[in-house]
Design a protein around this ligand. Structure first.
Ligand SMILES: C[S@@+](CC[C@H](N)C(=O)[O-])C[C@H]1O[C@@H](n2cnc3c(N)ncnc32)[C@H](O)[C@@H]1O
Length: 240
């Protein structure tokens, strides 16, 4: 697990980007994953401490995660993940009106989901380190067409304050090199501010590169402002 990840404008791997821990159930909601999706080869980028890969593989599927923080190694990554978990739980509680807590079984349910996801991912990292690849957008250490679907949660758009239009486009083009379909969520920044101009401009630039995009609704989002995802496909790609 060695890599010297390129960063997006040199700042996207800074320590203030949370290494967060979401469950497969959260991913299923955010990305509208169905049984057919889970039969394919999936890349979770950024994987962070999400347990999606562990859960998909446990169910017999094929998935890997890519994240620059995997280069820390298991011990330091565990410390980072547990510290960031506390940071992220404190942040969401402090802005409680921005979330639909019923979706997560209240504040306590939410904390349980996130802690369970982190522990599951860290255990899986120990048992199957080959599933967790150190690397960074916009240059993934994965072969072209090595996956069917790339999932990108809480990096693009979320950190639009430090990634510009070209960073977004380059990152999406790179993910679309690895798989014919890319799903990105959310389309708001970390404060929940919608980014319609940026989303429109990204879609327009992708279209010039023969990537087609559509915006899909997300049912019962936890973050109230984050009601949509972006699905990008190579032109002519048909699922199945
Ligand atoms: C908020 S976490 C999201 C993790 C996971 N997808 C989730 O939803 O829980 C953002 C992650 O992006 C990773 N990251 C930062 N810069 C990156 C880059 N250039 N390419 C890929 N991942 C990056 C961070 O290390 C961090 O783990």
């Amino acid at each position: 697990m060695t890599a010297s990840p390129r960063t997006i404008h040199g700042s996207a791997t800074e320590s203030d980007i949370l290494v967060s821990a979401r469950s497969l159930s959260e991913y299923a909601d955010m990305f509208g994953l169905d049984a057919e999706d889970l039969l394919g080869r999936i890349v979770d980028c950024p994987g962070g401490a999400a347990s999606a890969v562990a859960e998909i593989c446990e169910a017999g599927g094929a998935a890997v995660a890519v994240d620059p923080q995997y280069s820390l190694g298991a011990h330091d990554l565990r410390e980072r993940v547990l510290a960031d978990l506390d940071r992220s739980l404190a942040q969401s509680s402090a802005s409680e009106l921005e979330y639909d807590w019923d979706v997560r079984g209240g504040v306590v349910g939410h904390e349980t989901i996130r802690r369970t996801a982190a522990e599951r991912m860290l255990d899986d990292l120990d048992a199957h380190p080959e599933r967790y690849i150190a690397g960074a957008l916009p240059s993934l250490p994965l072969a072209g067409d090595s996956a069917d679907l790339v999932l990108c949660s809480h990096l693009l758009f979320t950190y639009a304050d430090r990634m510009d239009l070209d960073d977004h486009v380059e990152a999406i083009v790179e993910m679309a090199r690895v798989a014919p379909e890319v799903r990105i969520y959310p389309l708001v920044d970390h404060a929940g501010t919608p980014l319609p101009e940026l989303v429109r401009s990204v879609i327009a630039k992708l279209k010039k590169g023969r990537l087609t995009s559509r915006i899909e609704p997300v049912i019962r989002p936890f973050q109230l402002a984050a009601t949509t995802r972006l699905v990008v496909e190579r032109s002519g790609h048909r699922r199945g």
